[in-house]
Ligand binder design. Structure first.
Ligand code: ADP
Length: 627
């Protein structure tokens, strides 16, 4: 597989700006996480210095005064301090951990909330879906985007306090001088040594981090290839456990194909693949160089500090303190640079995140109220409506003109792709017409408040979804519901018999996989629950797109027999492929290539022998007739 480059170059200023914006967003969505994280980091950063300080005092006393009383007090005090420090550290750690568990949810919610508020037409657009998919994949692979920034923040705050603590520890190193009696060793006090030490302290971590960042950059640059390879190789583990894929897996031995991606040595992740080559080659060498450089620095510090102690500038005990603190400072300076490298690598992913979160809603939304009327007196009219999907060059609907009478039951029939579902989507305003206008009680539907307009429709889509909650929660679409009403709707939708078999009734969880008392249901049963959900909503319009496609013929007949009582006086629009099931409707609309080519009752339409309806009817009827 070829590697791909998805990294856009961004200037340092732009990286900083987008990171600050993301940081503000993090503070907004995870306030508790940020506070607990900062408190925990500060504590962790300062903790090592307590040990270093006491060790220096104890070693100093051992090498110097050797007073047992002082030693005893120092050891006792250091133990008490160590216990107190670790106790507070433990409490802060627990707090940070408890808060951090919410980060995943909070971040997911950020996207889910955006999806819910976004125009459906924008959300459904292939470009939007591609962007969302890229963000998801990058996040899943290496935490690129907001999670990575959270990690970087931890690495950024911690060195700041480490340096602060370390500086306090080494002030005395810079102020203690080699005594005159040391003769030529007084040269160590020459300011040139200090300047050299500070220069090396700053330069070496920079070089070390730059080398490490060069290595890390390869992973960001190759994120697209990384995501792709991850997907292909992990597919095996997902599909290998998937009950729905088990049949195809067995008959076509797909496991062999999946394994190819998991075990092929030349595959991107294989032992002879691109990432292994990188680890052995460029990235490996850069990491080796980075580590070597930082070790050289520690050697230099040891030498200088030991020589000053040898010359009598301070006691042996302080060697531990100064070497520990100076290496810590240098290491953390390096961490700053590494974090900056990480932030730069992450900035293009944050840019993608904001590209998504900033997508504007272009759909016009008015403010008129639809006021839920007790008499359900709503009249809808399509006036010369045409529609083309975004990016498509063919019309999905052409010049549709139709008026629904209140309480009317309409059937919509036609071949695949003739525009039936699109008609429903326009009616409930998932899309706006490209031309023409849809009116509710004589007013353009765009002028109504969008949420209120949606609330007058209960829809069962062809590809409806149920959720892994209880049946009652699915029907009511809420955690709080009217139990009697839930039962009633389930009965009306034909789920009554199955409900009686369930020990927990409507409180039974869907899918046994997630709950011991849960149930697995068939496609037909799921469809009945979806119908019950539409009934529970009590909306004046019921839109059913192939509501019985998964039902067996008996269940289907039962639903149709009771359709009028199920839907009651509400206006119902109903799509079906089985023409026999449309006979009970007041009016049938026949769609062909995006147009309404016929409309009327079943008997009326059958009289037009050469019409689309009679042709479709006869095509279906012949199989039964022949049998
Ligand atoms: P039906 O419900 O009658 O099968 P649809 O309303 O789903 O037909 O589709 C009508 C036309 O619009 C078809 O040509 C279909 O390919 C096209 N179409 C449907 N959905 C989309 C979409 N999301 N993007 C682009 N074209 C679409």
């Amino acid at each position: 597989m070829k590697k791909q480059n998805n990294r856009q170059r961004m200037s340092g200023k732009k990286c900083a700006a987008i990171t600050i914006r993301a940081f503000r967003l993090l503070c907004h969505i995870y306030p508790g996480v940020i506070t607990s994280m900062i408190a925990n980091i500060i504590w962790k950063a300062l903790t090592p210095y307590v040990g270093i300080w006491f060790s220096a005092r104890i070693i100093g006393e051992l090498a110097g005064g050797r007073n047992p009383e002082v030693l005893k007090n120092l050891v006792l005090l250091s133990l008490i301090c160590a216990a107190a420090v670790s106790l507070v550290g433990g409490i802060l750690g627990r707090w940070a951990e408890a808060e951090s568990r919410r980060t995943w949810f909070a971040e997911q919610y950020l996207f889910v909330d955006k999806n819910m508020r976004m125009d459906f037409v924008k959300f459904d657009h292939p470009e939007t879906q591609k962007l969302l998919h890229t963000i998801e994949e990058s996040r899943k692979n290496s935490g690129w985007g907001l999670p990575r920034l959270l990690w970087s923040l931890q690495d950024l705050i911690s060195p700041f306090f480490s340096i602060l603590g370390g500086t306090v520890m080494v002030i005395s190193f810079f102020t203690s001088h080699v005594p005159e009696s040391a003769g030529r060793w007084t040269v160590l006090d020459n300011p040139a040594f200090l300047v050299l030490l500070i220069a090396v302290m700053a330069a070496i971590p920079c070089i070390s981090s730059l080398l490490a960042n060069q290595g890390g950059k390869y992973y960001a640059v190759n994120n697209a290839a990384h995501s792709m390879a991850n997907n292909l190789s992990s597919w095996f583990s997902f599909k290998g456990h998937d009950r729905k894929a088990a049949g195809d897996m067995r008959f076509y031995q797909i496991d062999k194909l999946c394994m190819k991606y998991g075990l092929d040595r030349k595959h991107l992740f294989g032992s002879q693949g691109y990432f292994a080559d990188l680890a052995r080659g460029k990235v490996g060498l850069l990491n080796l160089a980075s580590n070597t450089v930082s070790h050289i620095f520690i050697l230099f510090v040891y030498l200088y500090v030991c020589l000053k102690a040898w010359a009598g500038a301070f006691g042996v005990g302080e060697i531990t303190q100064y070497v520990g603190a100076l290496s810590n400072i240098a290491g953390t300076i390096g961490q700053f640079f590494r974090v900056w490298g990480d932030i730069r690598n992450n900035a293009p992913f944050l840019k993608q995140t904001f590209e998504y979160l900033d997508l504007p809603n272009d759909m016009y939304q008015g403010s008129l109220t639809t006021e839920k009327r007790a008499d359900s007196d709503y009249e809808v009219e399509f006036r010369n409506v045409s529609f083309r999907y975004p990016g498509a060059d063919t019309w999905a609907l052409r010049n549709i003109t139709i008026k629904f009478r209140v309480g009317e039951h309409l059937a919509v029939v036609g071949c695949n792709g003739s525009g039936k579902t699109t008609f429903i989507k326009l009616l409930c305003r998932l899309y706006d017409p490209t031309a023409g206008v849809i009116l509710l009680n004589g007013i353009d539907i765009r002028k109504y408040n969008y949420q209120q307009y949606m609330s007058i429709f209960a829809v069962v889509f062809q590809d409806f979804k149920l959720f892994p909650y209880t049946i009652a929660q699915n029907v009511a679409a809420s955690g709080r519901y009217d139990g009697e009403k839930v039962r009633d709707c389930l009965m009306k939708a034909g789920f009554g018999e199955r409900l009686k078999e369930m020990k927990d009734g409507p409180d039974t969880y869907l899918t046994r996989k997630r709950n011991d008392n849960g149930v697995d249901i068939s496609g037909g049963e799921a469809q009945k629950i979806a119908i019950a959900r539409a009934l529970y909503k009590d909306a004046p319009f019921v839109l059913l797109d192939e509501p019985t496609a998964s039902l067996d013929p008996l269940a289907e007949a039962e639903i149709y027999d009771r359709f009028r009582s199920i839907v009651g006086g509400r206006t119902a629009v109903y799509i079906s492929h089985r023409l026999s099931s449309c006979r009970f409707c007041d009016k049938i609309l026949v769609f062909s290539e995006g147009r309404i080519v016929q409309q009327g009752s079943h008997d009326m339409l059958m009289r037009e022998e050469k019409g689309e309806y009679a042709t479709l009817w006869n095509a279906q009827a012949q199989y039964y007739a022949e049998e």
